[in-house]
Write a protein that binds this ligand. Structure first.
Ligand SMILES: N[C@H](CCC[C@H](N)C(=O)O)C(=O)O
Length: 297
């Protein structure tokens, strides 16, 4: 049996369950089978693995791969990025980071109060960018509905790419009243989304706030999703439902989202360390550290 060989930390960002895996000392990768095995155990159950690799490009601090609970890869993970920042700043004291991901560069900063901001880049609204399977000129509301044809339960979502694909359905009432566990899988895998999609329902609560829940692509229901919070805030501002700075409430906590005039989306929120250990990236075998140390390195 392979020996657990790389350090990891179990963390969360607003309740989004994250494993930060330190792959800087190895050329191996976290295998999809290892991810699925880790996701299947209660102790290590996670929404995303953030695998930190040696930087590939000068001027960047690390190369980060994002792996969903089903072993698939995601282009963005806001909550996980804050966890990576906290793990690395605890190790070195550095507070500003530039990460490279398969989807591009991410700039992040830890503030004095411990909150962390991530520049999630610019949203993309073109139907090919999201991507959608067919042309929609206006992605503020696309033709898509679920439920009885004459009385749909959810319809006309705003769609946007935050690096990864998102659909936001606007609802008038309580987001907890809808069976997202039932509609989520159908919408995630709907043929209109050739790369699947993260599915959220959002209720506007004021010109500066909204409440939402997310069914994540490759994961399922989560307690929070940073890129979905950005997607909802941007879509709310774009459809004149809110201002460009929005407080987003999810089951696991609050994020503040600012859609700057230069189009960049800045997400600010907490990250929390839970425990650490060693794992084998090939199999997912792991051991917990006996003493609860703070660093992952
Ligand atoms: N939890 C993440 C998003 C994961 C998105 C992933 N499920 C995908 O396949 O795009 C976040 O905080 O942004």
């Amino acid at each position: 049996m392979a020996v657990p060989s790389v350090p990891f930390a179990r963390m969360n960002g607003c309740g989004n369950e994250i494993l930060v895996v330190d792959m800087r000392e190895t050329t191996a990768r976290v295998r999809p089978d290892a991810a699925i095995a880790l996701a299947g155990r209660a102790e290590t159950h996670f929404d995303q693995i953030m695998a930190i690799h040696q930087a590939k490009t000068p001027g960047t601090d690390a190369y980060v791969r994002i792996i969903n609970a089903d072993g698939s890869e995601a282009e963005a993970c806001g909550n996980g990025t804050r966890c990576v920042v906290q793990a690395l700043s605890a190790e070195t004291g550095q507070t500003r980071f530039t990460f490279e991901t398969p989807a591009g560069l991410l700039l992040a900063e830890e503030h004095e109060d411990g909150l962390i901001s991530v520049d999630m880049g610019k949203p993309r609204f073109g139907w090919q960018d999201i991507p959608l399977a067919e042309e929609f000129r206006d992605t503020r509301a696309i033709e898509l509905q679920i439920g009885p044809i004459d009385a749909p339960v959810l319809h006309s979502p705003s769609v946007v790419s935050m690096g990864n694909p998102h659909a936001i359905f606007w609802v008038k009432g309580d987001v907890d009243a809808l069976a997202l566990d039932r509609f989520g899988p159908i919408l995630e895998n709907h043929p209109i989304f050739p790369a699947r999609a993260n599915i959220s329902i959002a209720q506007i609560t004021s010109p500066t706030s909204l409440t939402m829940r997310t069914w994540e692509r490759g994961v399922g229901l989560t307690r929070a999703c940073g890129s979905a919070a950005c997607a909802a805030a941007v879509s709310a501002a774009r459809t004149r439902r809110t201002d460009r700075e929005v407080a987003v409430t999810q089951p696991g906590g609050k994020l503040s989202i600012l859609w700057r005039e230069d189009e960049h989306v800045i997400m600010t929120g907490p990250a929390e360390w839970e425990w650490s250990g060693m794992l084998d990236p090939e199999t997912g075998n792991f051991v917990r550290d006996a003493a609860e140390g703070r660093e992952i390195g």
